[in-house]
Design a protein around this ligand. Structure first.
Ligand code: SF4
Length: 574
């Protein structure tokens, strides 16, 4: 046997405090990753019920190539999103995929609600529910440190945890994974909080023999050389995703000042180059990646008046720089780091938080809301009040903060300013204002997080042809479904074409040619759309805020009629 012919599922019920291991041969047809996760979600999810209802499941899954080939580093989490009340999907790197692989589980299904706060301790077959009352309320970093201390031991370990935002059910709370990676989007942190689940540590020492080791190692070396000795992934190692700031700015695709603009006059100051010069300390990698795109900056600040400095390490990427930098017109790398650090500490999705702050600032400027609601005089470029505001938001200190903790679409419906509340299908926008495909992908697409693929389609367009745009977007989305079954870091999609994926699978005993993979991608795409519909997704109800049409994109200002035409074509094709 080269690769086991069944999928190992660990099921944990937090209400009953029971565990069960299932071997599912039938799931093998979905290969792994998002394929099996979506199938399990279809089986377990109470689709019409509230996302924070105790019996809603959280499903984590890895793929057949996890840890076996370079850049196969991600874990997918699927759930019903409390932010959109429909399909939620999020990806994280770090050590989680390798820890799941070495503990022997392809997927973990969490259900129920613990009466008291707990964290889960999973070490191969030894699974424990540990009291987390003393951890409740602690910031992410501290929680990670304490669990590490409490769970001394060896093996491949990963620790995931939530902060106060998850505990307080902020609908865009994130889950921190091994300090510098996250399940950021769509509110997985709130789903964990609703289960009274503070965190999970997972480790294992299992290994998988590879029978035809000679062939495998030959292919491994070939791929590793492509990753490390060509230019394909150079940008991720050198400046990281922050390198995107300058090109997107030049393309008029960098959302700035709540998307009042699509370029930022101070972009240079918070570019990847400036972060590299001014704050970069070190780089890290997810387990199984030779690139190391995780850029960690040093935040130095005065501890208190008349006291010396303290230093902390904060991970930065393109998306948090857009959300907490350009959207708020913050133009100093250290100020951006401080805001990122605050979202980390509280366990918030940086993207949704930045978009909410930007909307609140503009709404205050326009007099739609007052300081009675916001408590602080928010101003673009003013970090200090944003830091205080985030704290009040997480604590939900008044009705306004309570509303905003449900997302910018929800708050703007109550207070006004919907035309500049930058949400697509209930989720706050991502850091691209590239054109039609980006909006279409984020609002209507299957993935519905920040990497729907639309931004990539926009950047390759030669002309605005509605049929072609939709066709290319669907092709990109289905293609990503294939990679998401594996489960690969999407940064390496320039390395792994389908032929290479097929060869990699073959080396561990899975026969799937390029056509099989394409059929699988199509099938998974359809499964996601089916689940979305059953959860209440109705494309006819989705509104695109005016602001998206007012601000220049890479392709000039977008036309509403063209957009409508593309939406109709997209709807008819899915
Ligand atoms: S490129 Fe970055 S995100 Fe992707 S696997 Fe490597 S370190 Fe992780």
């Amino acid at each position: 046997m080269l690769y086991k012919e069944y999928i190992n599922i660990l099921k944990i019920n937090l209400t009953e405090k029971t565990t069960k291991i299932e071997k599912r041969e039938d799931l093998f047809e979905y290969l792994g990753g998002v394929g099996i996760a979506v199938k399990l979600l279809d089986e377990e999810c109470k689709k019409k019920k509230d996302a924070l209802s105790p019996d809603q499941p959280i499903i984590f899954a890895i793929g057949p190539l996890s840890t076996i080939f370079p850049c196969m580093t991600k874990t997918v989490a699927v759930f019903k999103s409390p932010l959109t009340e429909e399909y939620g999907e999020s990806y994280a790197g770090g050590r989680l995929a390798s820890s799941m692989r070495f503990s022997g589980y392809d997927a973990i299904v969490l259900e129920g609600r613990s009466e008291d706060p707990v964290y889960l301790s999973i070490h191969n077959k030894k699974i424990r529910f540990k009291n987390a009352e003393t951890l409740w309320g602690l910031p992410n970093k501290v929680t990670g440190r304490v669990i590490r201390e409490l769970e001394r031991g060896r093996g491949y370990r990963s620790i995931i945890r939530i902060g106060a935002a998850g505990e307080n059910l902020v609908r865009y709370a994130s889950v921190n994974v091994d300090s510098y990676r996250h399940f950021g989007r769509l509110g997985l942190g709130a789903v964990m909080g609703s289960k009274n689940l503070k965190g999970m540590i997972i480790s294992g020492k299992k290994s998988y023999p590879i029978q035809n080791f000679q062939d495998y190692i030959k292919l491994y070396k070939k791929i590793n050389t492509m990753v490390t000795e060509t230019d394909k992934m150079k940008k991720y190692h050198d400046l990281g995703t922050a390198k995107n700031i300058i090109p997107l700015n030049e393309m008029k695709s960098l959302p700035t000042r709540n998307l009042q603009k699509s370029s930022f006059e101070s972009a240079e100051k918070i570019s990847g180059e400036s972060f590299g010069d001014e704050v970069l300390m070190r780089k890290e990698a997810c387990v199984g990646c030779p690139i190391g795109c995780i850029h960690i900056g040093m935040l130095k600040r005065q501890f208190a008046p008349d006291h010396e400095y303290e230093f902390t390490q904060v991970n930065y990427d393109y998306e948090p720089i857009f959300a907490l930098g350009t959207m708020l017109e913050i133009d100093d790398p250290s100020d951006v780091l401080e805001l990122i650090e605050k979202t980390e500490e509280k366990g918030l999705d940086a993207m949704s938080t930045g978009v909410c702050l930007a909307w609140a600032t503009e709404a205050l400027e326009k007099g739609i809301i007052s300081e009675k609601e916001t408590k602080y005089k928010l101003r673009f470029g003013d970090k200090k009040n944003y830091l205080k505001f985030i704290k009040s938001l997480v604590n939900q200190e008044n009705d306004f903060f309570k509303a905003l903790s449900r997302g910018v679409a929800y708050a703007s419906k109550i207070y006004g300013g919907e035309e500049f509340a930058l949400s697509l299908g209930g989720n706050e926008m991502a850091g691209y204002h590239t054109g039609y495909a980006n909006i279409l992908g984020l609002a209507f697409g299957a993935r519905h997080s920040h990497l729907s693929g639309g931004y990539a389609v926009d950047q390759k367009l030669k002309e605005i042809n509605s049929e072609k745009i939709v066709e290319n977007l669907l092709k990109e989305e289905k293609n990503r479904c294939i990679y998401e079954t594996l489960i690969m870091c999407l940064f390496s999609r320039g390395i792994y074409d389908l032929k290479l994926v097929s060869q990699a699978l073959k080396s561990i005993g899975i026969n799937k040619n390029e056509e099989d993979l394409e059929i699988l991608g199509e099938e998974i795409f359809k499964m996601k759309m089916k689940i979305k519909r059953e959860m209440g997704y109705d494309p006819n109800k989705i509104k695109i805020p005016e602001r998206f049409f007012e601000t220049e994109t890479l392709h000039g200002k977008l036309e509403k009629d063209k957009m409508k035409e593309m939406i109709e074509i997209y709807k008819n094709k899915i």
